[in-house]
Design a protein around this ligand. Structure first.
Ligand code: AVJ
Length: 322
């Protein structure tokens, strides 16, 4: 089977340069911080897949339940011919939306957008096979900085699922929502999946599971830095932490130095020191409230059109229209 070419707006060299700039900034700032993008090499993506199957990691199941129950309502409200999925990754929940749009009788095209060409190359063939009449148009782009690369024609439903928005800092989140509102035409819709605030024990367990899969996922970032930047991090010198930060309404994944360490990062021409007990933040995962999401969507220029959760009210899908 021959594949339609991906529309590439981000080359491997661009992505690499962005990650290096991020690492230089983050490793030299106080406290130290890394972009969550570093977590998802092949091994990290495999560990994330394992995380989604953990009993403690409820967001994946909860979003699936919300989609199963409400996808038809969402599809009828959006009446879109084009589903644009930002950060589509393995497109694992996409069929739930595609099927619903198909049942609504409007579906014509699917546009998965991801920074990873390999993720698109893996996901697209199966979708082409499963949806014979569907026009599948993959776009390789960083949607946080480049929304111009998504097709403008048709009536679009833009989806950002999986709680991905929770990885953004508040300022970046607002800038992204405003840029997306600006990109959409009147009547077009945005479907946003967000995890919700709940008791601390449940939240922390979801990011620090008993089997240690999330710890392995977090620590893997050091192996990535060692491989990509020639660094000499000793993963055994760090431990994984999941911390609930109520003032910011977010879980932070951090790596804590078990002892003082000196680390060389030759590819960045950098040497850094960790004090014993020093913490480096590797990911934020913001948890939202209904009022908070409404306020942020309003501020960005969206009208709020629907709120759909799983039966237990753990995870929300917000439908916003332009
Ligand atoms: C894929 C970013 C939504 O924040 O819950 C899972 C990633 N990190 N366990 C999340 C993640 C640790 C996940 N997102």
């Amino acid at each position: 089977m021959s594949l339609p070419a991906l529309d590439v707006h981000l080359t491997a060299a661009d992505a690499d340069a962005a990650l290096r700039a991020d690492a230089r900034r983050g490793l030299t700032s106080t406290p130290k911080v890394l972009s969550p993008q570093w977590l998802y090499d092949a091994r990290g993506s495999e560990l994330f897949e394992q995380i989604t199957a953990l009993r403690e990691y409820y967001p994946f199941t909860a979003e699936r339940e919300a989609l199963a129950e409400h996808a038809d309502t969402i599809a009828r409200a959006a009446a879109a011919d084009t589903l644009v999925e930002l950060g589509s990754g393995s497109s694992s929940k996409t069929p739930m939306l595609l099927d619903a749009l198909d049942r609504a009788g409007t579906l014509r095209r699917y546009v998965p957008v991801d920074v990873s060409p390999s993720a698109l190359e893996e996901a697209v063939p199966g979708l082409i096979e499963a949806y014979p009449g569907l026009d599948v148009h993959g776009v390789v782009a960083d949607f946080t900085s480049d929304l111009r690369s998504i097709p403008r024609d048709g009536r679009r439903l833009v989806a950002l699922l999986g709680g991905t928005l929770g990885n953004f800092e508040p300022g970046d989140r607002q800038a992204f929502l405003a840029a997306l509102a600006d990109e959409l035409d009147p009547g077009e819709a945005f479907l946003l999946g967000t995890d919700l605030v709940k008791d601390e024990a449940t939240l922390v367990a979801a990011y620090d599971d008993a089997e240690g899969v999330t710890a392995a996922f977090d620590l893997n970032v050091l192996a990535v830095l060692n491989r990509v930047l020639g660094a000499d991090f000793d993963p055994d010198g760090f431990e994984h932490l999941a911390v609930w930060v109520p003032q910011a309404s977010r879980i932070e994944m951090r790596l804590r130095a078990r002892r003082a360490m000196h680390v060389r990062v030759p590819e960045l021409d950098l040497e850094i020191d960790f004090a014993a007990g020093e913490e480096m933040r590797t990911e934020i995962s913001t948890k939202f409230t209904r009022e908070g999401i409404r306020a942020e969507l309003d501020a960005a220029g969206f009208a709020h059109d629907g709120w759909f959760t799983d039966p237990q009210g753990r995870f929300a899908l917000s439908l916003a229209v332009r």
